[in-house]
Each structure stands twice: as structure tokens, then as C-alpha cells.
Write a protein that binds this ligand. Sequence first.
Ligand code: ADP
Ligand code: MG
Length: 888
Amino acid sequence: MASNLHRNGAQRGSAKFDRPLKPRPRASSPSPGSGFRRPNSATRNDAVPGRVRVAVRLRPRNAEEEMADADFGDCVELQPELKRLKLRRNNWDSDTFEFDEVLTQSASQKRVYEVVAKPVVESVLDGYNGTVMAYGQTGTGKTFTLGQLGEGDTSSRGIMVRSMEDILADLSPATDSVTVSYLQLYMETLQDLLNPANDNIPIVEDPRTGDVSLPGATLVDIRDQQSFLELLRIGEANRVAANTKMNTESSRSHAMLTVHIKRSVVESEDIVSTSQNGDVSHLIKPSKPLVRKSKLVVVDLAGSERVHKSGSEGLMLEEAKSINLSLSSLGKCINALAENNAHVPFRDSKLTRMLRDSFGGTARTSLIVTIGPSPRHRGETSSTILFGQRAMKVENMLKIKEEFDYKSLSRKLEIQLDKLIAENERQQKSFEDDIEKINLEAQCRIMEAERKFANEFEKEKLKCQMEYMGIVKELEQKLVLNQDRHDCHTDNGEGPAQSSADEVAELKMLLETESNRRKAAEEEVARLKWQLEKYTQPEEGGCFEITKLHNLLEDEAHQKKKLEEEIIILRSQLLQSNYEIEQMRRCLEGGSSGSTFSATDSSVTQVRHSQFKDAANGHKSPVATLFEQVGLQKILSLLESDDANVRIHAVKVVANLAAEEANQKRIVEAGGLTSLLTLLRRYEDETVRRVAAGAIANLAMNEANQELIMAEGGITLLSMAASDAEDPQTLRMVAGAIANLCGNDKILMTLRSQGGIKALLGIVRCGHPDVLSQVARGIANFAKCESRASNQGIKTGRSILIEDGALPWIVQNANNEAAPIRRHIELALCHLAQHEANAKDMISGGALWELVRISTDCSREDIRSLAHKTLSSITAFKSELRRLRIDY
Ligand code: ADP
Ligand code: MG
């Protein structure tokens, strides 16, 4: 028996298909015996090739075929182990085809799910889009394969039911969500099977991403399998009702079930770390949480039989055309993709517009082609097989659908901010309570000491007085006794001299003892007095308790300062996220608007006026709130913080504030300009320098500040930054600041003598168009002021720009393809050309030709006519043009 083996361009098990995708945390069992191997790792933004996988499924003979074809063999013969199918041409000849999977009439629904749909479902759970689609003649088992509910017999559950079981088992209800829509496409009209009144749903394509959405289609939140089965039942009932009303059968419409999955992914650690005693100790840079949005699309196509077989006429013919429009467009797209054609006619039908991501897009796609065994339908079977073969050649580039979850990041930061504020308040309160307690205790102790001392003192005093009185009494008695004796001796006339001398000596001794005692008592009193003083003047005495209290107080103040700094950082991070959300929202709402230097910069996060105060509702922005709550002085003092992280955040906040004209005066008065210039001088970090330069550029928009910047040596610092920096954003800020200064007549000469023009010319080494545009603006500003000075007779002779060597660059860029650069340079040239003193250099430097070009080509009429006027009024130009015989 002759046999032709058809091999596809994309071979089974090709190295490309086996390239791994991103891993999922949960362990998954490999799909049994499947060519649809489950990939397992890839980086987030990498797209990986993934060919469309195609399986063929043969339906068993039905009762009618058993009868009618009893004497005939099947038109196909399957070799599942070789993944081959033979299609009989005649009794002795057949064609052989290879598929990714060959499913015989006895293949179970479970096996069909595992080899066809499970790998797709797992990909979808990993964040990729996925498609499972059935194609084949009416009656060959498409709906049986996909839509069987299996209520009576769970083993007959189809792909839709089994997919949802796996999805619900894998998701976590707290952080993830599943929503489902169910639609029917009939005669190029999309109907909602969950809300039949909704019968003309539009298809909308995002011009940026190419993603297709169906606004208006009912989306139902699925929490459990039961509610999903209910939804499928309702969809099926509506499909039958709609088809009865339209007098057709479901086999003539395409049904499309879309399961949207949204998962939260968090990749790094908490923001706040907590020490053992529960204190918040330091911050770690917060990670950005991610959301993965993916969808699984299950498509039950209309029957693929040809028009002539349906015997259609009239409406039926129209209908057949519409069905065929979508089906034949699908065939054409698959042919074009299989042959790698440059043009794929996706836009020809609604079906192909909706399936754009499934074929040649970023989704993982499995196609199951269903065939019947009857030789009577050999033609249909053959065309179905060929469709499947072509689809096997379609290569998709699988890409994960992941985006930053700014909303949840913002919420998380807000919660943490609240927590920190509460913690700060709690600590403050407990600190104040402690201080009060300690104060009370100290007072009690002092009072106790005073009381004790007073008692002791009284006692001692009393004792001394008693002793003193006792001694005086004794002495008096002795004195009286002596007196008596003396009288008696005088009467008897014997030995008075001897006894008196003894007594005097005795008295002297007594007196000495007494004076010693008195001295000791006085010393004791002095000591006690000193102790009392020590208690009553504790701060001078350096009481241990009080010193301890002081230390505690200092520690607490330090802790409080740190917490306040952390709060400011968090606030500025919150502000940053809000700003990014705002930017993203604007971007989504219609792309970014044209911007000027002063208003936008992605890295500096400058804030527009509208963000300070939301005009629509009058709410203050986070920056304004921060400004009010923290105070400008505090923010400026943070510019000198020891912590580099704090310095960076503080300078960003100051830059945000400086973007608002109303704040500029206050910033300058509070010494903000000096602090920013100091940061520029004390260069330590590129971000700090870039943001500081941006803030200075903002302040330099204001004329009053321009002179201040000059007075504080700003131009020298900017020139130094211009020669050191490599980062285009920094250079753009520096060039922008100098460009603003170039527009001030009063500081023109100082600007030049301090190297401003040379600095601008040095910056052009960067080559970035945004940077060059600032340089060009500076040169145009300078040329304008200089021209004004020449007209007023303040300045004479050649232009400083020419003297400082700017002319070659000006000429070289006069026709730059970037419009902002070109426009500034054209203006500068016109200003220079107005003065006879510059004409000679301009002619020899080639500027004359540019002037001639500007006078005819420039898109702005005022510049065109300025150039024209100059050419026809400056003598040197006129004679050069005459010499060259150019008639002007
Ligand atoms: P289609 O959707 O392609 O028009 P259906 O899924 O409605 O076809 O199938 C037609 C009939 O064949 C149904 O009665 C279905 O139960 C039966 N059938 C289809 N495939 C199988 C199969 N693999 N095993 C048993 N019965 C099947
Ligand atoms: Mg069907």
C-alpha cells in the first residue's frame, strides 16, 4: 500500500517549543504522555517561541453510521503511538499525517483535557494568555469535547468545566480573582450569552498594545465551581433561545468563553523591620507589587462544512457566507502565518480580530480538530486535517502579562505611614508619662530628704543646747563653790594661792574640751547644711537620678527625630507613587502632552501646579500637605541630614516644591537656594546632584532668583557640574538652569566671564537631543539679550558667542532634525545676523547659507521674514550674495 507522509515545518518536540517559561511556585505534575510539555522558567519580559499545538480527535461511529456504513471501513486509520493518522484515498492508497497528539475514538475526556488543555491552563495561571479551540465538521464532537457539563456522569466533563476546576484550585481567593464572559458570534454580530438583550457588542483594540477588549460584555465573578456550572447552563439556554429566535442552530454560530485571571505577585520583603523589643528600627526600600492579568479563551467554532453541502439559499446563504467569512478569514490568517507572509488579514472578520493574540500573538494556543469516521464525509475530514496541519506551522511568541500594581503599593505605603505615625504618637505619650512619673518620684524623694534633715538638725541643735546649758550650769556651781572656799581661806589665812592655781588649770581644760565640742558641733551643722543644699540644688550637684533622666530624655529626642525623618521619607515615597499613578493614568487617557523643561522630568518628579491643588475638587495634593505638616525649615534642614537616603528624599521634596512658583520665594528666603547650591558643590551622589540641579533650574526661571544665583557663585558651580556629569538627565537640568540664566540682560557679562557659554558648549558632548535642545535654548536666549544690548549701544563689537567659539556648533545644528533644537538655533542665527560686526565671521563660517535656507524653508513665518529682512539689510551679506551672483 502506497503512503505519503506529511511532515510539518515545525516538528514535534522541536527545541524551540521546549524552551522553558517562568516557574510557578506550586509543584505541578507533568502531563502524562504528552507532546504538550509544560514549560517551567523564563525571565519576566522575555517572549519565548511557542508553536500552536494541534491534536486530532476521532468520534466513534454513531447509530446511523453503524447502520449506513456497516459494509465500509472508516475513512481514517489512527496510529496513536506514532502520533500519525492515515486518510484513505482509495482502497490501496492513503496519505499519512503527523499531529502533536492523535486521540482515538476511545480516548477519555480526562485524557483529552490533559493533553490538549491542561498545559494551556497552567500557562494561564503563570500569567500568559491561552487559547483552546475546536475546529471540525458539525457533529464531529466539538461541543462534546469543550462544553460537556458532565452532570449525570462526571467522567464526561468537557474542557471548560475541567479548566475551571484547575483554575479555582490554584488561585488564592484573598489576593486573586476570576471573571468570565460568554459570547456568541453569529453573522458577524457579537451577542452576550449572559445577557441576551446585549446583542451588538463592539470590539475595541488598544492601538498601543494591540490588546482586544469587548466593552459591554457581561463579566461574572466566579467564586466556586457551582456558580460556573450555573453560568454555563444559563449561557447554553440563552444560546438555544437566541438560535430559535433567529431560526438557526448552535452549530452555525461560534461560541467563545473567556476566563480573565488577575493574580497579585509580591517579590520582596517588608518595608519596616522591627527590633526585638518592638521598636521600629529602620527602613528597607519598598518593592513594587505586581499584578498578573491573563486570560483563557475557549472557542467552540461553527461547523466547518462547505457552503454547498448546507444546501443554503436566501437567508441561509447570507448566514453561510457570514459564518464562512469568519471561518474562511481564520483559514486565510493561518495560511498567511504558516507561510510567514508579511500581511495577515486579521481585520477581515470579527473572529480573526478577536483571535489575534491566539494565532501569531503572545498566547499559548492548542487546537483540537474533530473528525468523524464515515467515508461519506471524506472530503470534509480531509479539509479539516489540512486545516490542522497548517495551524501546526503557526509560531507564537509567548509573553507574560504583568504590570506594576501602583494602587496596592500606594495603599501599602499609606498603611505603613499611618502605623508609623501611631507608633510615634504612642512613644511620645509613654515618654511624657515616664517623665511625669520620674519628676513626681524625684520631688517625693527631695521632700523626704528635706524632712529627714530638718528632724536631724533639730535634734542635734537641741542636744548641743542641752549640753551647753548643762556645762554652763556646772561651771556656775563650781564658781559659787570656789567663791565660798576663797572666802573661807581668806578668813583662815591658809594656802589659797596653790588651790586657785589648780582650779584655774582645771577650768582651762574644761573650757578647752567645751570649745572642741562646740567646734565639732559646728562642723556637723556645716556638713548637714551642705547635704541639704545638695538635695535642694540637684542640677548643680549632678544627682545620679537626674543625670539618668537627662540621658533618657536625649535618647527619646533622638529616636523621635529619626521617626520624623522616616515619616518624611515615607511621605515622599507616597507622593512619588501617587505621581507615577497620575502619570500612568494620563498616559492611559491619551498619551503625554507636550512638555517644557520646567514642568516635567521623569527622574526628578517635578510636580505641576495642578497637582498642588486639584482644581476640580479643591483637595490639596500630598506635597502641599507635606509642606504644611512638616514645614519648610524642617525639610531644608534634612538636606544636611547625616543619612544619605534622607538627603536624597529631602532634595526631591524641595525640587517638587520649587516647581511651584508660589513656593519659590519662600524657599529662597528660607535659605533653600544656598542649600541646593551647597549640594551641587558637595557632590557625592548623581541623584542628589541631578535633583538639586533640577530644583535650581526651576528657581532660575524667576528673574529675581537669577541674580541671586549669580551672586552665590551658581554659574561656577553649574559649570563644574556640566564638566563632571555624564548622565544626560543631569546635563539636561544643568543646561536648562544655564539657559534660564542666559535670558537675563543684567547678568549677561558676568555669566560669560564666569564661563557660562563655555559650559554650555561643553555640554554638547552628550549628544542627547533633550540636552541639546536646552543648550540651543540657552544660546538663543543669550543671542537675543546680546542683540538687545547692541541695539541700545551698551555693547559693541563681535558677538561673545562668536568669540567663545559657538558659531561652528550653531551652523552645524541649524538644520538639526529635532524641531526644538532647530527652532532655537534658527532664532539665534537671526539675532546674530542683525549686527554688521558679526557678518564677516558668519560668512566665513557658513552661516550665510543657513540664513538663506531659513529665509525660505523655516516653518515659522516670523523667523522666515526676520532672516529675509536681515539678508536684505546687512551690507556685508548683500555684497557677498552679489559676489556669488545670487539674486536676492
Ligand atoms: P459538534 O459540536 O461538532 O457539532 P457535538 O459535540 O454536538 O458535535 O457531537 C455530536 C454528537 O456526537 C453528540 O450527540 C455527542 O454526544 C456525540 N459525540 C461527539 N463526540 C463523541 C465522543 N468522542 N464520544 C461519544 N460521543 C460523542
Ligand atoms: Mg456544537
